[in-house]
Design a protein around this ligand. Structure first.
Ligand code: DOR
Length: 436
C-alpha cells in the first residue's frame, strides 16, 4: 500500500534559500515535494496559513538521566518535552548511571530509546582517562564528549597527556565542557564555606571558562580534530573564538543568552548551571557572537533536577535546569523582539547541528529529507507555567514569563507527535545516522 501523502498548505516555509510561501508534501517519513505541482496526489491536507514551517530542531546537548537518575527525567519524558518544544532530534550526554563510556552502555541506551522515545535520538560516547579503545571503536554515536572540567557526574578528564591522545588518535568529532578544574578548585578554596548562590559565578568564573576553552581549542588546532565548544558563556570566549580554525565550532544556550548574575536574586539556584551564568555584558557578547557566525549552534544543555534537590542550600543545590520544551519558543520570542531573524534561528537550531554532527537527511526543508517538521505561530502569546511542563522535573526557570511565538505542531518522521497542546505518545523516533 502506498504511504499516505500529506500536503502542508499555505505556510511560510523557512527554506535553505530563505522564507517562501510554498506548499510542502510529505509521504511516509520523507519530504517528497517543496512547492509540488498542483496535480500531485494528496491524501490529506493541513491548512497552515498564517503559520511558519521550520525543519524540526536538533538539540545537540541534553541530559535525560536515563539510566540511573530517572527520578529527574527519563528518555520517555525528556523526548515528550522535546516534541512539545519542536525538537525532533536530541543528542544526549553520557553522564548517566552508568556513564555512556562503554559500547555496551551505548547499545543499551540506543535500545532503550527505541522503545521509549517520541522523537529521534543519538547518544555521545563519553571519554574517561582510560577508554581510548572504546572511543576508537564506537560508530553508533555522533561523537565524543569530554568533561574538561567537572560537572554533574564523575567524568573529569584533565590530564594533558590523556587529552593529547584522545585528540590525536580518535576520528569522531569531539565536544567538550570547558571549565578549568584548577581555577574552579582554587576559587572554591578561596570561597570555602560560602552558602551564597551568587558565589557560583565567582567559583566558576570567567577565567575558568576561557582557560579551558583556549586549552581545548589549542588541542583541536594542533591535531586538526573536528571540535565543538559546548555552552560558551563569556565575552572572552567569543573574542577568542573569532580566530578559530574552520574545524572548530561553538554553541550557546538560552540560559546564557537570557539570564545573568542579576537573576540570582529572583531565581536563586534555579539558574545555577555549569558553566555559571555571567553578566549582562556577556549576554550581549553571546548574541553578537551568534549574529557574527562565531557561535553557530543553540542547544539547551537541558539538565533537570527536582525542585526539592534544587532547593537545598548552595553549594548542595545541583547545577542544571530543564529547557527543551521552551528553547524554540524563547528564540521565537527573540525574533519578535528584533534580536535575530527566523532564518538565523533555523540555522542555529536545525541546519548547523545537522552539519556539525553529520546527521543524515535532517536540519533543512529539502526534498528527500526526513519529514521532521515544526509549525510555529510567530504571533501566539503564551505564559510558561511549571504545571504545564512535560519534563519530569515539572518546573522551568521561565515560569511566569509570557513569550510571543509558539511551536504548535511537530512531525517526527511524518507523524504528528504534538498538535495544539496534545501529545501523541504512540509516535516513535529513530536513531540518528551519521554520514562518515
Ligand atoms: O549545570 C550543568 N548540569 N552543567 C553540565 O554540564 C551538566 C549538567 C547536569 O548533568 O546536571
Amino acid at each position: 500500500m502506498a504511504a499516505k501523502r500529506t500536503l502542508i498548505a499555505g505556510a511560510h516555509c523557512v527554506l535553505p534559500s530563505g522564507i517562501q510561501a510554498v506548499n510542502v508534501l510529505i509521504e511516509g517519513d520523507r519530504i517528497v515535494g517543496i512547492d509540488p505541482p498542483s496535480t500531485a496526489r494528496v491524501d490529506e491536507q493541513v491548512d497552515a496559513s498564517g503559520l511558519h514551517l521550520l525543519p524540526g530542531c536538533i538539540d545537540d546537548q541534553v541530559h535525560f538521566r536515563d539510566p540511573g537518575l530517572e527520578h529527574k527525567e527519563d528518555l520517555r519524558t525528556g523526548s515528550m518535552a522535546c516534541a512539545k518544544g519542536g525538537i525532533t532530534t536530541f543528542l544526549e550526554m553520557p553522564n548517566t548511571k552508568p556513564t555512556t563510556t562503554t559500547l555496551e552502555a551505548l547499545d543499551n541506551k540506543l535500545q532503550s530509546a527505541s522503545e521509549k522515545c517520541v522523537v529521534n535520538y543519538g547518544f555521545y560516547i563519553g571519554a574517561t582517562v582510560d577508554n581510548l579503545n572504546v572511543l576508537k571503536a564506537a560508530t553508533r554515536t555522533p561523537g565524543i564528549k569530554i568533561f574538561i572540567g567537572s560537572s554533574t557526574g564523575n567524568m573529569l578528564v584533565d590530564e594533558q597527556e590523556v587529552l593529547e591522545q584522545i585528540f590525536a588518535e580518535t576520528t569522531l568529532p569531539i565536544c567538550a565542557h570547558c571549565e578549568d578544574e584548577t581555577t574552579v578548585r582554587a576559587n572554591q578554596q578561596r570561597l570555602a564555606g560560602t552558602t551564597d548562590i551568587t558565589d557560583h559565578s565567582r567559583i566558576r568564573d570567567h577565567a575558568a571558562a576561557i582557560i579551558a576553552t583556549k586549552r581545548s581549542v589549542d588541542l583541536a588546532t594542533r591535531t586538526k580534530h573536528p571540535f565543538h565548544v559546548l555552552h560558551v558563556s563569556t565575552a572572552e570566549e567569543v573574542e577568542f573564538l573569532r580566530q578559530r580554525p574552520a574545524w572548530v565550532t561553538a554553541e550557546a544556550c538560552p540560559h546564557h543568552l537570557l539570564f545573568n548574575v542579576e537573576d540570582y536574586a529572583r531565581l536563586g539556584s534555579q539558574v545555577q548551571m555549569n558553566p555559571s551564568i555571567k553578566t549582562a555584558a556577556d549576554n550581549e557578547a553571546l548574541w553578537q557572537g551568534l549574529r557574527d557566525g562565531v557561535i553557530e549552534v543553540i542547544a539547551t544543555d537541558h539538565a533537570p533536577h527536582t525542585l526539592e534537590e534544587k532547593s537545598q542550600p548552595y553549594p548542595k543545590s545541583p547545577s542544571g535546569l530543564p529547557a527543551v520544551e521552551n528553547s524554540l519558543a524563547l528564540m521565537l520570542d527573540a525574533v519578535n523582539a528584533g534580536r535575530c531573524t527566523l532564518e538565523q534561528v533555523v540555522q542555529w537550531m536545525c541546519a548547523a547541528p545537522a552539519r556539525i554532527w553529520h546527521i543524515e537527511r535532517k536540519g533543512q526543508l529539502v526534498e528527500g529529507y526526513d519529514a521532521d517538521l515544526v509549525l510555529v505561530d510567530l504571533k501566539r502569546q503564551h505564559t510558561v507555567r511549571n504545571e504545564d511542563q512535560l519534563t519530569k522535573s515539572r518546573w522551568s526557570p521561565w515560569h511566569g514569563c509570557t513569550l510571543t511565538g509558539l511551536p504548535v505542531t511537530t512531525w517526527v518522521l511524518g507523524q504528528i507527535a504534538w498538535k495544539d497542546g496534545q501529545l501523541n505518545a504512540d509516535v516513535r523516533g529513530r536513531e540518528a545516522t551519521y554520514a562518515r
